[in-house]
Write a protein that binds this ligand. Structure first.
Ligand SMILES: [Zn+2]
Length: 414
């Protein structure tokens, strides 16, 4: 008996060795698949009928803040791990506290709520997790190229408030580790996603902070594909020397502008294009308020990274029906669709496609056109664009996609 048992044990050990060492890829793939399914908890995923077809549509997302991708479940789990006292034990109350699921009065109020989430950023493990899940969630939403942006000094401030002194380099390493982990998991699961990283300066943090951010970007330029300026809008021209320096270093620039209904916000669009080297504008939704600025955006073919649901939630527009995206599209503007802070609003990019389809009757040709425009203005390396265009976004790829989905009835059924 003893020798039979020993033989079985030896056989079992050999089997494990063969599975794990000699054919590591399939085993690893199974493990990853299991881990992935545990991690997938896209909000509204099953609540929205017909959402699957929008997920199936290949997408490019240019405007997504890493800090706005924190899953609600992750916020709760990380708060528990760090023994953080939350303002309530009631989940509905906590959703109201941490998420912007309804329209609020102003962008300032919106940012105040989203910033509350950063209380959970108390160690590098949380940052790695946030970045990893950000990539996985975008990938599971059918996004093929995403430009994620984050503020190094913003995450540093979040950790400082937890009395943890860390360098920008350490934070950046954690962000990159998470992104790499996420991208590898997606790749291994047969759903590749290309992730580019933008460095964000926050205007409200002042000149010194903006300077530090720009210096960090310049010192680590190989890790970033571009520079972004975000936060409550101020007079952008006051920061011209920073934009000049970044531009002279050959770094591409996108600027949040025209996100408010104020004359200064609209003027910021003009200044961003004419004086601050922006090749893209984050939002630009209120360009429509000034005929000269409107014409400037159109004539210069400046790309607008439009985030319609975010614009409703921040009160940049009255409601989705009055959003100018349809007018911009009809008027041949260079535009695309992004989510901005998806998890913080409990939306996905695919969910937003469905909303735009129902509101404006956008169809496949409209979405493919906007995604082609997004890819062409993306800051990702040029040599990657051609294969991505051919595989997912070209006219031929659009024809293949239409034929497949019309044949299967998926498109018609929606
Ligand atoms: Zn934004």
């Amino acid at each position: 008996m003893h020798s039979v048992f020993a033989s079985l044990l030896l056989f079992a050990s050999l089997l494990v060795f063969v599975l794990e060492v000699l054919i590591p890829v399939p085993v690893a793939s199974i493990i990853i698949r299991n881990k992935m399914s545990e991690r997938i908890s896209l909000p509204n995923y099953n609540q929205e009928s017909g959402l699957a077809k929008w997920v199936a549509l290949p997408k490019v997302e240019l405007h997504c803040h890493l800090e706005g991708t924190l899953r609600f479940s992750t916020i709760l789990q990380e708060a528990k791990r760090h023994k953080i006292q939350l303002p309530s034990n009631d989940e509905a109350e906590l959703r109201k506290y941490f998420l912007v699921e309804e329209k609020v009065d102003s962008l300032a109020k919106f940012l105040q709520i989203v910033d509350r989430q950063l209380i959970i950023v108390q160690d590098f493990q949380t940052i790695v997790r946030m970045a990893r899940e950000a990539v996985i969630d975008r990938c599971m939403d059918g996004i093929k190229v995403v430009e994620l942006r984050y503020s190094p000094t913003g995450l540093q401030s979040a950790m400082k408030s937890s009395k943890i002194a860390v360098t920008l380099a350490e934070i950046h390493d954690a962000v990159q580790s998470g992104i790499n982990e996420g991208a590898k998991l997606c790749q291994a699961d047969g759903v590749p996603i290309y992730v580019g990283l933008l460095c964000t300066g926050i205007l409200a943090k002042g000149q010194t902070d903006m300077n530090n951010t720009a210096e960090f970007l310049l010192a680590n330029r190989g890790d970033f594909i571009g520079f972004d300026v975000a936060g409550a809008e101020e007079k952008l021209l006051d920061y011209k020397d920073i934009f000049d320096r970044v531009h002279e270093a050959g770094i591409k620039i996108t600027i949040h502008a025209g996100e408010l209904r104020t004359p200064q916000s609209v003027a910021n669009i003009r200044d961003a294009i004419k004086s601050l080297h922006a090749s893209r504008i984050g939002h630009g939704v209120n360009a429509i308020r000034d005929p000269e600025v409107y014409q400037l955006v159109k004539d210069s073919s400046t790309h607008l990274e439009l985030c319609p649901i975010s614009n409703v939630r921040t009160n940049a527009v009255d409601d989705i029906k009055t959003h100018p995206i349809k007018k911009y599209l009809d008027d041949s503007f260079n535009i695309s669709i992004s989510s901005d802070d998806p998890a913080a609003m409990d939306i996905t990019l695919s969910y937003q496609y469905g909303v735009l389809h129902r509101t404006f009757n956008f169809g496949l040709p409209d979405f493919f056109r906007m995604n082609r425009d997004a890819l062409s203005v993306s800051f990702i390396p040029m040599h990657l664009k051609k294969p991505l265009l051919e595989q997912y976004f070209s006219i031929e790829a659009e024809r293949r996609f239409s034929a497949k989905h019309e044949e299967s009835g998926q498109w018609a059924a929606a």
